[in-house]
Design a protein around this ligand. Structure first.
Ligand code: ADP
Length: 286
């Protein structure tokens, strides 16, 4: 569904502040994938995702969505904004309308949809992020908790009905409760089955729990890429680019290194628990 060809981006090209942020990326993203994009700070994640909805134009290279080149000069951005929704870091900073309804309706109204369609989209988007339409729609977003404000911002993007949803560090700065809420909503959104999701995150735990495929960026290049379980097996390579694996995965890898016959290929605490029970049963039989 999305194809990225030889993508390169240089900030401040031709000045003493020149900086190559994206360095010849080639990738394909298929319909309905749930992708985790990880990498050290400064590895190019934000610059990369801003290319996918046309906010940043490549220095060189091309991006296609369903065979349509979105990096072409003069492309209709309205088309692109309906295909790709980008939820920025600290998205709640962009809330500005008086009521939650008006904020979420802003994008759909710009599409010149009729009142009824706008209303339906706002309601549906609020349902999707778990905000009660009747009790919340007329409230000001500024009285909400940080987690709830962020959900309003996400609803504003969902109301555009994008086929590809990109979330740049959606849990940054939230308390554990707010974080769990947002992650559960994202998981539910994905399970509804009609969206491709790209999640940018610092948390290896979140990535391990949620996504099917991991893309690792390092210095603007794809350093590693593959199915989640396969990528987290390669802890040495991840360490080289300044990343870890989930703590529970690390624990199982070390436990195995100590000579215990367990499967170290573990992503969550629940999987570790099941593996440990099997291990202890085997031990007690021997
Ligand atoms: P990440 O999202 O992985 O932290 P970024 O895409 O923000 O990475 O940054 C990639 C590189 O580009 C970094 O070296 C960063 O300093 C540089 N960079 C980002 N934004 C700008 C900018 N507006 N001007 C110049 N350099 C920038």
């Amino acid at each position: 569904m999305m194809k990225i060809e030889n993508l390169t981006y240089i900030y401040n090209q031709g000045t003493p502040f020149e900086k190559k942020a994206i360095d010849n990326i080639n990738l394909e993203i298929k319909e309905n994938e749930f992708i985790g994009l990880i990498g050290h700070t400064g590895s190019g994640k934000s610059t990369f995702v801003q290319h996918l909805n046309g906010l940043v134009k490549p220095t060189s290279g091309k991006i296609f969505i369903n065979d349509k080149e979105i990096t072409k000069e003069g492309l209709n951005l309205k088309y692109l904004r309906q295909e790709v929704g980008l939820v920025f870091q600290y998205a709640e900073h962009q809330l500005f309308e008086e009521t939650i309804y008006m904020d979420i309706a802003f994008g759909p109204k710009n599409l010149k949809l009729d009142e009824e369609e706008v209303h339906n989209r706002v309601k549906e988007a609020m349902d999707l992020v778990g905000l009660d339409f009747e009790t919340m729609k007329d409230r000001t977003p500024f009285e909400l908790s940080g987690g709830q404000q962020r959900r309003v911002a996400i609803a504003g993007v969902l109301a555009m009905k994008p086929k590809i949803l990109i979330l740049d560090e959606p849990t940054a700065g939230l308390d554990p409760h707010g974080r769990d809420e947002i992650l559960n909503q994202i998981q539910k959104l994905y399970e509804q089955g009609d969206m491709t999701i790209i999640l940018v995150s610092h948390s290896m735990e979140d990535i391990a729990k949620l996504v099917n495929r991991v893309i690792v960026l390092d210095k603007g290049r794809v350093a590693l890429e593959g199915e989640t379980r396969e990528v987290f097996k390669r802890s040495k390579e991840l360490e080289k680019v300044g990343l870890g694996v989930p703590q529970i995965t690390k624990f199982m890898q070390i436990f195995k290194e100590y000579g215990n016959d367990v499967n170290e290929d573990i992503l969550t605490v629940e999987e570790a628990k099941q593996e440990m029970i099997k291990f202890l049963r085997r031990e007690s039989h021997d």
